[in-house]
Design a protein around this ligand. Structure first.
Ligand code: GLU
Length: 469
């Protein structure tokens, strides 16, 4: 039997990192089993779906390594409405479902509680289809439903505690629970790997599989992803969109490696491993069923390591979208014609060891391309002290006299200027750095001055000096 798995996102918002993790787990499982990965867009909630969210899902999957054309689909749930209705009709005709026109208030009045589930009132009243008549599944009165779950063992549910749930609304439209089962059935899905939040639906869905006469799939409910307060990651509170991480400059390789580490680890206490190791070693059965902490700090550190591991030319290429402001990225502060690729290439190796996400490249190099630096006023006030004017005067004079404009000469020259004033190099550098780059932190100063060049460096130092009058 060929293993067939599916990833079935609903296009109702930005693509969630938890979704990306389920997609990768499905993807790897299919690959390991020589199976097929199916992408199904569950777009039946017409009020909340937008076509751009679907496009967002496809491009985010593409980015993370599940590329268009390498899987089956995308299928659209809305295209299968006929099958969903046919299944509802079959369940009705075989006596496994019945119509009911009770309102919530009716049920409440009978049971005396708003918390009570449906009481089965219409089970044997023989109500036929009609406007406002919902179709309910007749759940068994006895026995248990055992869900075989690769991660959670065999969660067992008492059938008598499962209410006769609605499978089609009063307007005849099948509900998600049924549509999802019918699609999995029609698409020959053998393993359903999905988020834990769907576990409570699973006994109901399995009863539907049984009632429709098809062997249910094997389930695997992967744990929720939580923030540092152990709260489920939510789009209102946390940064959850995969696109947000992409736009900030996380590398796809770092991101997907990190996502796979949520609740699982490769052998030998390693965390950063080649993707092929993850593909070989990952075992769905080994995923820890408890909630997985999405640690953005750790992800940042991870990403920094991936950035440092890039060959320099690849690093330079990877920075381009932020240097040009492509797509959804903010444009850099300089004009396109101000950008100088050679100057960038000269400082790129210095920047590569210092940034954790690619978007940080911009504030590190903007001083090279802007006509005058963006001065951080707080940094200016903190750095420019009583002796700064004198120091800048002396540094300008010493730099003007330099024969060779290289990092080493610049360093020894400034060091001497400081020493004459009893200052260590760090203290001497600070006003020069703020004058030239506008900031107190950044790339190594003397290499930066070398690349910036004599004229521009001196002009900025003189301008800063004038501000100090
Ligand atoms: N469309 C559902 C969701 O996005 C997935 C349901 C499933 O995987 O069975 O949560």
């Amino acid at each position: 039997m060929t293993v067939r798995v599916r990833f079935a996102p609903s296009p109702t918002g930005m693509f969630h990192v938890g979704g990306a993790r389920s997609a990768l787990q499905n993807w790897i499982y299919a690959k390991q089993q020589g199976g097929v990965f199916v992408l199904r867009i569950e777009d039946t909630d017409a009020a909340r779906n937008k076509p751009e969210w679907t496009e967002g899902i496809l491009s985010a999957l593409d980015w993370i390594g599940i590329s268009r054309g390498s899987y089956e689909g995308p299928y659209f749930q809305s295209a299968n409405a006929g099958e969903h209705r046919a299944a509802a009709t079959r369940l009705y005709e075989s006596g496994r479902a019945y119509y009911c026109d009770c309102t919530r208030e009716d049920v409440q009045a009978r049971t005396g509680s708003q918390y009570q589930g449906y009481d089965g009132y219409h089970r044997d009243l023989g109500l036929g289809p009609g406007p406002g008549h919902a179709l309910r599944f007749r759940t068994p009165d006895e026995g248990t439903t055992v869900v075989v779950d690769l991660i959670r063992g065999e969660p067992t549910f008492e059938n008598k505690l499962i209410e006769d749930f609605v499978i089609a609304r009063g307007d005849g439209s099948p509900v998600f629970l049924l549509a999802n089962v019918v699609d999995d059935m029609t698409m020959g899905i053998t393993h359903v790997i999905r988020a834990e939040e769907h576990l409570p639906n699973t006994p109901k869905q399995q009863l539907l599989w049984d009632a429709l006469g098809v062997k249910p799939p094997v389930w695997a409910h992967v744990p929720v992803v939580v923030n540092e307060k152990r709260q489920k990651l939510s789009k209102r509170r946390d940064k959850v969109a995969l696109e947000a991480y992409r736009d900030e400059g996380y590398l796809a390789g770092a991101m997907r490696n990190y996502l796979m580490l949520l609740g699982w680890a490769p052998s030998g206490d390693r965390e950063i491993v080649p993707w092929s190791v993850i593909e070989d070693e990952f075992r769905l059965e080994e995923v820890n069923p408890s909630p997985a902490f999405f640690d953005e700090k750790k992800l940042r550190a991870f990403n920094g390591e991936y950035i440092r591991a890039l060959p320099v030319p690849e690093f330079i290429d990877a920075c381009q979208p932020w240097l040009t402001g492509t797509g959804t990225l903010a444009p850099p502060p300089w004009q396109p014609e101000e950008f100088d690729a050679d100057a960038f290439a000269a400082v790129a190796p210095l920047a590569q060891t210092r940034i954790a996400v690619l978007s940080e490249i911009v504030p590190n190099v903007d001083f090279l391309f802007l006509a005058s630096p963006l001065i951080d006023e707080a940094a200016w006030t903190k750095t420019m002290k009583d002796g700064s004017a004198d120091l800048l005067d002396a540094a300008v004079a010493a730099f003007e006299a330099l024969e060779s404009w290289d990092a080493e000469s610049l360093k020894s020259t400034l060091e001497a200027v400081g020493a004459e004033r009893g200052l260590k190099l760090g203290k001497t550098q600070a006003p020069v750095r703020v004058a030239v780059t506008g900031r107190t932190v950044g790339l190594p100063l003397f290499e930066s001055l070398e690349v910036l060049g004599r004229e521009r460096t001196l002009t900025r130092m003189r301008a800063a000096r004038l501000r100090l009058v």
